[in-house]
Design a protein around this ligand. Structure first.
Ligand code: KDG
Length: 313
């Protein structure tokens, strides 16, 4: 396994028309979750990812599992919970610049992931452990499961990549969110915050100061995303900025950060330089925004090469 990830994937409903969702009566049903977005992104690029989760013993859980399996992700670490349903998520595309998400996931099957669901061998056999700040926000048992995974990763020298993915709706308070996300950022080798997330965690600072603060907090490498502009990187001995790629039209920005993470992980697995790794992450993030759905715009290697080359012409 190249990468193992842990988290919740939900049935995603998107209205077929834009505007206020209250007037929509037709929805398309897709599946999405930050962690499987990354895992599917990696599979498209020719790598192998495994996903640890729980789904409900219901129709959406079965469909979700076969969708993720069908994309090539290893789902042997996913169990079915008879006591709780698969979570739901609605994505309201009001306008191009106003996308809102609504969760119906409290008490979902995935929120019942526990440390017992984390298999030591499964983590030990991966090269990277990908974690997000979403999973620890789902419940205390999910938080404990994440800590368990970190412990196994450290024991077996598996590199930890952490994307804070701050979802304020899921946290009881900003203080709790900050405490947990800083704790997890400190455990990670590579942290992938967005600039607004860095601000959430450290207050208003200059980009270079965010890099320093994450490194002082414990990370070895920080890749700070600045949306459509590109990303800054910081490590003990290097720092820089890699610009992003122009986008024809943003259709749906949700999932771009996960595409970015898939690009970063795939580039690292290929042994690329940090600058090339980030260029690929930027390109995939940009490509994801041009397609409706979290995973539908994730490219394969040929598509990504074409997109990156087009920008140079
Ligand atoms: O990054 C995209 C995710 O936000 C989306 O897939 C839903 O996992 C999700 C979440 O918890 O917000």
């Amino acid at each position: 396994m190249d990468v193992v990830t842990i988290g919740e994937t939900m049935a995603l409903f998107t209205p077929e028309t834009t505007g206020k969702m209250r007037y929509s009566s037709h929805f398309s049903r897709k599946f999405a979750g930050a962690e499987t977005n990354v895992a599917i992104g990696l599979e498209r690029l020719g790598f192998h990812a495994g996903w640890i989760s729980k789904v409900g013993n219901d129709e959406l859980g079965k469909a979700l599992l076969s969708f993720v399996r069908g994309e090539g992700v290893d789902v042997s670490g996913v169990t079915t919970d008879d006591q709780a349903p698969t979570g739901l998520y609605f994505k309201e595309l009001r306008t191009e610049n106003d996308v809102r998400v609504y969760y119906y996931r409290a008490g979902s099957a995935a929120s019942r992931i526990t440390p017992d669901d984390i298999m030591e061998d499964y983590i030990a056999n991966a090269k990277y452990l990908h974690l997000t700040g979403i999973t620890p926000a789902l419940s205390d048992s999910c938080y404990q499961a994440v800590l368990q995974a970190i412990q196994y990763a450290k024991k077996h020298q598996v590199t930890i990549v952490f994307d804070p993915n701050i979802r304020e709706k899921l946290w009881a308070s900003k203080e709790k969110a900050k405490e947990v996300l800083l704790q997890l950022s400190a455990q990670a080798d590579i942290v992938l915050p967005g600039i607004s997330e860095a601000k959430y965690l450290f207050g208003e600072q200059k980009s270079a100061d965010y890099g320093r603060l994450f490194i002082e907090n414990g990370a070895a490498t920080v890749i700070l995303k600045e949306g459509s502009k590109g990303a800054h990187y910081f490590s003990d001995n290097a720092s820089g900025f890699v610009p992003s790629y122009p986008v024809d039209r943003v259709v749906d920005p949700i999932g771009a950060g996960d595409g970015f993470a898939a690009g970063i992980l795939s580039g690292l697995l290929e042994g690329m330089s940090l600058e090339r790794v980030i260029a690929r992450g930027n390109a995939i993030g940009a490509m994801v925004t041009m397609v409706n759905g979290d995973v539908e715009g994730l490219p394969d290697l040929e598509e990504i090469a074409h997109f990156m080359k087009k920008d140079k012409e």
